[in-house]
Design a protein around this ligand. Structure first.
Ligand code: ATP
Length: 434
């Protein structure tokens, strides 16, 4: 039986992932595989932070290989290769709703939890739509009803959208994250210490997005105070919990709980490659030729124009992408690039870029004197004179300029990366465990 919940937190506190840790601690259901942390459309205005929804597959008893997937107050939480006996959906729902009522930030207007319990996943096109567009509550409700799901909406219940989408995630490509918690607030750790811890985290195999050295930013820690202490991301789950325990010991961190999730982070699942048409709130990868050089506007945001399938697309590198803007601003008319990003307010917000081919760029300059070889001076429009022998010429020279850019793969800095975006230097694996 699948259980999913979403939309329990606000900017003031909580994190929906913490509810998963709490649920697994308080209820004795057997977990199949890993709990799932599923990131959805990063462009949805309703999101609190990372637009994440949670889902877990549960049974009454577990069988086959048993693995530790976390701990709560020193007690291990296990998962199983298989789960037996389907739990009663009403019992599951009652337990989940009670926890949501207890922990969700229900006083906040923007917190609208939704809990879904169902036996089989929804078709994965619902997941695709939840990553690329905006879904109405009524649409999610209709899909869930048609599939015979049990669902509960609290307040306007928008969370059922994320919950349904999390259940429909096909897990074609996955990474893992071990999140450590302390309720209600993670530990307060000095900046220097955070950097040291993030450097340590960065030694785990297959790990990504831990630290941004250029911007002196430890990305394993949340930006705001929530129950999350840190999150360790990797392509591999083997050894991740043990590594997290070592990290706690080395730095004197005392989490109340931790959970190892399988996630769609760092998979590019939100990206639709080479679309026929581009729509607001969708995320795409498109290849084309630069047709207008980048220009900067107030605030340090850069815009250029790309020719894609006969249409001009505005592409942008915004201030938060920091040093990536230097690369972007070096693009010139005629360059061939593949850009990845979300289309919001009429421009594609570039989150990574492959530079495929550089155009030759020339600058106009006075010609060399054909008599004495000296560089001529400009006297007027198409009027050049040699300063040495006085010879005249009408036509300028065009001198090729050395490009500051090289063909290659360019990511935005770790600090400005989106959860879903796959850094160019990681490969995501197909899961064999779920
Ligand atoms: P956190 O990451 O800290 O848990 P969050 O950023 O996930 O918070 P939520 O509080 O869960 O934000 O709010 C996101 C809301 O948007 C949820 O109600 C979810 O159901 C809804 N939602 C997610 N994707 C879509 C979508 N594609 N269309 C419409 N609504 C969506």
């Amino acid at each position: 039986m699948y259980l999913a919940f979403d939309d329990t937190d606000s900017r003031r506190g909580m994190c929906t992932t913490y509810l998963m840790a709490k649920f697994l601690q308080e209820t004795g259901f057997a977990v199949k595989g890993f709990p799932r942390l599923v990131r959805l459309n990063p462009n949805i205005s309703y999101k609190t932070r990372g637009n994440g929804a949670l889902c877990v597959k549960l049974g009454i008893h577990g069988s086959g290989t048993r693995n530790v997937i976390g701990s709560f107050n020193g007690h291990s939480i296990y998962s199983y290769e298989n789960v037996e006996e389907i739990p009663d959906s009403c019992v599951l729902m009652k337990e989940a709703v009670a926890l949501v009522q207890e922990y969700a930030e229900l006083n906040e207007d923007s917190t609208n939890p939704g809990v879904v319990v169902m036996e089989s996943p929804l078709p994965s096109d619902f997941y695709s739509k939840a990553l690329s567009g905006e879904i109405a509550i009524e649409e999610a409700e209709m899909k869930l009803r048609d599939a015979g799901a049990n669902f509960v909406k609290i307040k306007n219940g928008r969370g059922i959208i994320g919950s349904a989408a999390a259940i429909s995630w096909p897990m074609n490509s996955v990474t893992y994250e071990c999140i450590a918690y302390r309720y209600p607030r993670g530990e307060s750790i000095s900046h220097e210490r955070k950097i040291e811890i993030a450097e340590f985290a960065n030694t785990f195999p297959g790990t990504f997005n831990n630290i941004d050295r250029d911007n002196d930013y430890a990305a394993i820690f949340p930006k705001e105070r929530t129950p999350v202490i840190y999150g360790l991301r990797s392509r591999f789950h083997e050894g991740l919990i043990n590594f997290s325990n070592e990290l706690d010991e080395a730095f004197g961190i005392l989490p109340e709980s931790k959970i190892l999730y399988v996630t769609n982070q760092g998979t590019d699942d939100h990206i639709v490659a080479d679309p026929q048409s581009i729509r607001e709130l969708g995320s795409y990868s498109v290849q084309g030729r630069i047709m207008e050089n980048p220009e900067v506007i107030q605030g340090g945001h850069y815009f250029a124009t790309l020719l894609y399938m006969g249409s001009a697309i505005r592409i942008a590198a915004f201030e938060p992408t920091k040093s990536f803007r230097r690369i972007f601003s070096s693009l010139r008319i005629g360059d061939v690039v593949r850009v990845y990003g979300s289309y919001v307010n009429g421009s594609l917000h570039v989150e990574k870029m492959q530079v495929l081919d550089l155009s030759k760029q020339f600058i106009r300059s006075p010609p060399l004197c054909s008599r004495c070889g000296k560089r001529m001076h400009t006297r007027g429009m198409n009027d050049f004179r040699c300063p040495s022998c006085g010879a005249k010429a009408k036509h300028p020279d065009y001198v090729e300029v050395e490009r500051k850019l090289s063909p290659g793969l360019y990511d935005v800095p770790v600090m400005s990366r989106r959860h879903l975006s796959r850094p160019f230097d990681i490969e995501t694996e197909r899961t064999v465990y779920q």
